[in-house]
Ligand binder design. Structure first.
Ligand SMILES: Nc1ncnc2c1ncn2[C@@H]1O[C@H](COP(=O)(O)OP(=O)(O)OP(=O)(O)O)[C@@H](O)[C@H]1O
Length: 325
């Protein structure tokens, strides 16, 4: 289908387990009226969309794209870390849309990578990115999103739609084995997401306190990272150091799996808020601590994505590609 000015504005959304980010795309790649709604404030996704469109004063949207934090395997969508569930087709009809494209949020984020300006990327070690090689992407927020952008011969790169955040956590040392045991008693299978997420940071903090024989004061993930980075809470510092080390293991595993010599990109709601600490954290040393593949990993640059709304850019690109056939 060829598109023209009449097809704008388009509704673009990035929906995670905590935050639903909305925008109107008013011309190709131009995002306006960006708003963040708390998922918990709305009983359904459709209600959140209706609220956003009403607040934006926009009723005449025909095409929409949503990046959402769960696998998208058919018409029925069930979020992993929030209770929203819906039929894509029923939602499209209810909202009077011609097009409702729903893709995984990290697939959308992967599509944004070629569009991100250099000043919205903070490099953490490594050498030069290898042109034409796959890119790896992971990001901790309410859950752990994982994707990659893989080149194709002569065509557009393909963004992977996987659920790598639910692959098993691989402890690196005795301390992480103890944390794994603590988590195993609570959850059974311990996925990477059980560690690398806001709830995961809280779990690491609790596990470390338990292992030290201390009673722990309940803290939010934001408090743990702020007091850990600031140095006023020793156990919080240990927790955020452990979190970033485990992220190093996960990022290196993904880089090896994808052959991501084009670079590893880190998004999500947690790491970009850690500021300068992240470059000083155990992340990079752990990333390169891979035995016979240490030199391979040492060459790979890692970039923290500091763009405020990167997945919206990717969802808009996916919608444009879909409409242009
Ligand atoms: N400064 C911080 N330090 C640590 N954790 C934080 C910080 N700020 C937010 N969080 C945690 O990050 C999570 C929210 O992340 P994000 O904004 O990426 O949400 P989301 O897009 O809804 O999540 P997802 O896409 O993973 O489902 C919450 O668990 C919150 O506790």
């Amino acid at each position: 289908m060829l598109t023209g000015p009449a097809d704008f504005p388009r509704l673009i959304a990035d929906i995670g387990g905590t935050n639903a980010r909305f925008a109107l795309e008013t011309a190709p790649g131009v995002l306006d009226r960006i708003e963040v709604l708390a998922c918990a404030d709305y009983p359904t996704m459709e209600m959140a969309i209706r609220t956003y469109l009403a607040d934006a004063g926009e009723a005449a949207v025909r095409h929409a794209a949503i990046g959402i934090a769960n696998p998208v395997t058919g018409d029925w969508v069930q979020m992993t870390n929030h209770h929203w569930a819906y039929s894509i087709e029923a939602t499209r009809l209810a909202l009077g849309l011609d097009t409702l494209l729903v893709i995984n949020d990290f697939t959308a984020l992967a599509l944004s990578l070629p569009h991100l300006p250099g000043h919205e990327l903070v490099r953490v070690g490594g050498g030069e990115a290898l042109a034409g090689a796959p890119l790896a992407l992971l990001g901790a927020g309410t859950g752990l999103g994982v994707s990659g952008l893989v080149p194709t011969p002569g065509g557009a790169p393909v963004a992977l739609a996987g659920e790598g955040g639910h692959a098993s956590f691989a402890p690196f040392d005795e301390r992480e084995l103890e944390i794994w045991r603590f988590a195993r008693a609570r959850f059974g299978h311990v996925s990477m997401e059980r560690m690398l997420s806001g709830p995961g940071l809280k779990l690491i903090y609790e596990a470390l306190s338990h292992l030290a024989g201390e009673s722990w004061e309940p803290k939010t993930a934001s408090q743990i990272s702020a007091e850990g980075v600031g140095g006023e809470c020793v156990r919080c510092r240990e927790a955020i150091d452990t979190f970033t080390a485990i992220l190093g293991t996960a990022a290196a595993n993904l880089a090896l799996t994808l052959g991501a010599r084009g670079g590893v990109y880190i998004g999500g709601g947690i790491v970009p808020k850690l500021g300068d600490y992240f470059a000083r954290s155990p992340f990079r040393a752990r990333f390169e601590d891979k035995g016979r593949f240490s030199a391979y990993l040492a060459a790979i640059p890692v970039y923290v994505i500091t763009s405020p709304w990167p997945a919206l850019t990717g969802a808009a690109a996916a919608l444009a590609a879909h409409l242009d056939g």
